[in-house]
Design a binder for this molecule. Structure first.
Ligand SMILES: Cc1ncc(COP(=O)(O)O)c(C=O)c1O
Length: 399
């Protein structure tokens, strides 16, 4: 049996008529840049997230860049984020001229550790409220924002993060690239979706994401009218009217064809998320008793969107080889945390700085998960894992 990590063909087969009609509609209109398709999708996606505005972008990466630029973050600034993420989270902080500062993740949710974050601010920054921002005692840069990542589809601890960013007058910007439809229960008992906590939140619609385009696409969402207006212009060369530019922006627009495709898919997203949760529950049941495997922990008060179903095991490399040999595609998200990437050598981090992220990078294994996956496929993956673990251990990955 061959099992892919994600099956985009199966998804297309289930919605082909709707998708083909949407593509034909755009072709017939010859309106490929912005226009009604983009506006309609932006409205629908903002409503889905429970916020006022969504601004379509050309990718999740340019969504991050647009959000950071619109926040006025630039040279002389620092942004705290997690090392356990895709490089775009940090690269866009750098692209606006600021410096990413990493804080380790919590061992259960694998999202930013709020206690460590607070401790870092208290010990390494001057928190002078008259100056406005905490100032780093070594670099003398201003700390401007916290950028949590809702890793694998489970949200970071947003209520505590909001509390902290309010206290230190920092911007809270969500990297929600993996978390369409994930939810978090506020202290008032209200379930709110990813994207509705930060001043700004960035989504990716990369094809394999829970809501994926047929190419690159992304969005920034916000409740702030001024930021929304600025970003709408920013992604379109700072344009106020034809050949009139209020400021320099760039070409970071969401493509009309992708918007039409995304609007069709958005109508199916809740059903797909429910299917992902059902598959995750089955994996949980079948893998939960295996001592060498840690299944993903869903924190009380959070609803996981299962972009990825990531187990952790000290026998990761053995398991990976066995699964691949049996035709099962697996992934590692991510094998090297950002602080150890060659691209960030200049930031002067070293191995041992973030032990939780480093252990996760050694042990994480993403199993196939997609809405169309059958119980038999899940069972085949699990049987293969059990089979691999029943043979004597080859070597230990250090914990
Ligand atoms: C956490 C995270 N941030 C940012 C991105 C960047 O999104 P994109 O690939 O659409 O540019 C991704 C996706 O790949 C991601 O997983």
């Amino acid at each position: 049996m061959k099992i892919p990590l994600v099956d985009l063909n199966a998804q297309y087969a289930s919605i082909r008529n709707e998708i083909d009609a949407a593509i034909r509609r755009v072709m017939a209109s010859s309106s490929f840049i912005l226009g009604a398709e983009v506006t309609l999708f932006e409205k629908a996606f903002a409503a889905y997230c429970g916020v006022k505005h969504a601004i379509g972008t050309s990718s999740g990466t340019t969504a991050l860049y647009t959000a950071l630029a619109a926040s006025g973050i630039g040279p002389g600034d620092e942004v705290i984020t997690t090392p356990m993420t895709f490089i775009a989270t940090a690269s866009e902080i750098r692209r606006v001229g600021a410096r990413p500062v990493f804080v380790d993740i919590e061992p259960e949710s694998l999202t930013l550790d709020v206690e460590k974050l607070d401790e870092k601010i208290v010990t390494e920054y001057d928190v002078d409220h008259d100056a406005g921002y905490p100032i780093n005692r070594v670099t003398h840069r201003r700390l401007r924002a916290v950028l949590p990542v809702h890793l694998y589809g489970q949200m970071a601890d947003m209520a505590r993060l909001q509390n902290l960013t309010d206290r230190y007058r920092l911007l809270l910007i969500e990297d929600a690239a993996q978390a369409h439809g994930a939810e978090y229960r506020t202290p008032d008992g209200i379930w709110k979706r990813a994207g509705s906590f930060g001043v700004l939140a960035c989504f990716s619609f990369y094809p394999s994401k829970n809501l994926g385009a047929y190419g690159d696409a992304g969005a920034v969402v916000t409740n702030d009218d001024g930021l929304a207006d600025y970003m709408r212009r920013y992604v379109h060369h700072g344009r106020s009217a034809k050949y009139r530019h209020q400021f320099e922006g760039g070409n970071y627009r969401l493509d009309a064809l992708q918007a039409a495709i995304l609007r069709v898919k958005l109508g199916h997203l809740d059903q797909w998320t429910a299917a992902r949760r059902r598959i995750a529950r089955l994996y949980d049941q079948l893998l939960g008793d295996i001592p060498e495997i840690t299944i993903p922990k869903v924190i009380e008060g959070r609803r996981h969107a299962y972009h990825l179903y990531v187990i952790r095991t000290p026998r990761r490399d053995e398991l990976l080889a066995k699964l691949q040999e049996r035709g099962i595609q697996v992934g590692i998200h991510y094998p090297l945390p950002l602080h150890l990437q060659p691209a960030y050598e200049g930031l002067n981090y070293r191995e041992g700085d973030f032990p939780v992220a480093e252990a996760c990078a050694r042990q994480a294994l993403s199993l196939p998960i997609y809405p169309e996956m059958t119980d038999e496929q899940v069972e085949y993956v699990v049987d293969t894992i059990k089979d691999a673990l029943s043979s004597p251990r080859e070597h230990d990955a250090t914990l």
